[in-house]
Design a protein around this ligand. Structure first.
Ligand SMILES: Cc1cc2nc3c(=O)[nH]c(=O)nc-3n(C[C@H](O)[C@H](O)[C@H](O)COP(=O)(O)OP(=O)(O)OC[C@H]3O[C@@H](n4cnc5c(N)ncnc54)[C@H](O)[C@@H]3O)c2cc1C
Ligand code: SF4
Length: 335
C-alpha cells in the first residue's frame, strides 16, 4: 500500500486567507483543490509539500455564472462534474462541457475541479510511477535524476500536458485570473505554457488560479472534444482534440480552430484550420474534402512521443481519424 507522507493541512475559509497562508509558507506549501492528482503524486514521492492549503472551504471559488457581457465565469473550485452538467456551459461552450465530462471517472469528476485540471502537472510513463520504480530506473530529469528516458541525451523534459479541458478552453480563448497576496493578473490561457515538461506553467508558486473567464461565444458557435484513451471509463488522454466552428447567419463557417493535448508539455494549436474551412457549409461535399486535408495537416504538425502510454506511431495516425471525428461532432453540436 502506498502511504501519504506527513503534512499539515490548512483549510482557510476565504481567498484572502489562502493567499496569506501561501505567502507565509512559501516553497514549503502547495495548494490542494480536489486532490485527485496531487495526492497520488505525493504517494509516489513526486511532490513533497510540508503544508497543503486547501481551497475546499472557499465558496466564492465554486460558482458558474454569466456576467453582464455574456461571458461565462467559472470559479477554479467548480467541480468538473458541475462544469460537465451545467446547462449554461453545455449550450454556450459545448467543447468544454464535453471535455470536463471525459476526465477520469465519475468519482474523480465529483472531487476534481476545473482549476485543478488547468493546473495539472505534466505526465510521463517514466515519471508517474512509485518511488521504488523510479529509483530502480535511476530517476529522470523531472525529479531526482539527470537523464530523460524519452529523448536520448535530451536536456529538457518532454512530459506531456494531459489536461482534458485545456484544449477546449484554448479554442474558447479562455482567460485565467491569477492572484497572489497583494496582486492580481489576467492571462490568456494560451500564454500559460512553457515547453519544459518539468515545470510547464508561467506562474509563481504563490499564485492561485481563482477564475476562468470564457468570452461570449456567437450564436452560431459549435464545439466538440474527442479523446483517445485505453479505458473509456477512467484513463487520461493519450490524445485529446478540441475543435471550434463558428457559423455566420447563412450557416457558413466564419471561424474555426483546433487544439491538441497529450503530445508535449504544452497544448498544440493546429495551424491553417481557420483558412482551410472558412466559408464552407458543414456537411457539404466541400467541407468533407477540406476536412480530409485539415486532418492530414494536423497529423503532419503533431509528433506524439514515447512519453505517455500508447504507441507513438499509432497515436499519430489517430490524429487524422480524431480530427475528422471532432469536426464532424462539432458540425452537429448545435443542431
Ligand atoms: C485514475 C485517475 C484518472 C485520471 N484521469 C484524468 C483524465 O482522464 N484527464 C485529466 O485531465 N485528468 C485526469 N486525472 C487527474 C485529475 O483527476 C484531474 O486532472 C483533476 O481535474 C485535477 O483536479 P483537482 O481539483 O483534483 O486538482 P488537485 O489534485 O487538487 O491539484 C492538481 C495540481 O493543481 C494545483 N492546483 C489546484 N488548484 C489550483 C488553483 N486553484 N490554483 C493554483 N494551483 C492549483 C495543485 O497544487 C496541484 O499541483 C486522473 C486522476 C486519476 C487518479
Ligand atoms: S520526459 Fe524525460 S525527463 Fe520528463 S518525465 Fe519523462 S523521462 Fe523524465
Amino acid at each position: 500500500m502506498l502511504r501519504l507522507p506527513e503534512f499539515n493541512l490548512l483549510e482557510p475559509q476565504s481567498l484572502y486567507g489562502a493567499l496569506t497562508e501561501l505567502a507565509e509558507h512559501g516553497d514549503q506549501a502547495m495548494v490542494i483543490a480536489g486532490g485527485t492528482d496531487l495526492l497520488p503524486n505525493m504517494k509516489h514521492g513526486l511532490r513533497e509539500p510540508k503544508v497543503l492549503i486547501s481551497l475546499a472551504k472557499i465558496d466564492e471559488l465554486k460558482s458558474i455564472e454569466l456576467d453582464a457581457q455574456g461571458d461565462i465565469l467559472i470559479g477554479a473550485m467548480a467541480p468538473l462534474a458541475s462544469v460537465a452538467a451545467s446547462p449554461l456551459v453545455r449550450s454556450v461552450a459545448p467543447a468544454l462541457a464535453s471535455a470536463a465530462g471525459t476526465v477520469a471517472g465519475p468519482q474523480l469528476r465529483s472531487m476534481g475541479t476545473l482549476g485543478g485540471n488547468v493546473m495539472l502537472d505534466t505526465r510521463c510513463q517514466w515519471y508517474n510511477q512509485t518511488h521504488f520504480w523510479r529509483q530502480s530506473l535511476g530517476y529522470c530529469l523531472k525529479k531526482d535524476g539527470h537523464v530523460c528516458h524519452v529523448v536520448e541525451n535530451g536536456k529538457r523534459c518532454v512530459a506531456a500536458a494531459s489536461n482534458d479541458t485545456v484544449p477546449a478552453l484554448t479554442t474558447l480563448s479562455a482567460e485565467l485570473d491569477l492572484e497572489s497576496l497583494g496582486s492580481k493578473r489576467c492571462m490568456p490561457i494560451e500564454e500559460l505554457w512553457h515547453s519544459d515538461g518539468a515545470a510547464n506553467k508561467k506562474c509563481a508558486a504563490t499564485e492561485i488560479l481563482t477564475r476562468i473567464r470564457i468570452p461570449k461565444t456567437p450564436d452560431g458557435h459549435r464545439g466538440a472534444y474527442v479523446k483517445l484513451r485505453d479505458r473509456g471509463s477512467i484513463d487520461f488522454p493519450i490524445l485529446g482534440i478540441a475543435v471550434r466552428l463558428d457559423l455566420d447567419e447563412d450557416g457558413l463557417i466564419c471561424h474555426a480552430d483546433q487544439v491538441v493535448i497529450a503530445l508535449v508539455a504544452r497544448p498544440t494549436r493546429i495551424k491553417g484550420v481557420a483558412d482551410a474551412l472558412h466559408g464552407l457549409r458543414p456537411g457539404s461535399a466541400e467541407f468533407t474534402a477540406a476536412l480530409d486535408q485539415v486532418a492530414i495537416d494536423a497529423r503532419r504538425q503533431c509528433r506524439p512521443m514515447n512519453n505517455i502510454p500508447g504507441d507513438a506511431g499509432w497515436r499519430r495516425e489517430m490524429i487524422k481519424v480524431f480530427t475528422r471525428r471532432a469536426f464532424g461532432k462539432a458540425a452537429g453540436s448545435g443542431e
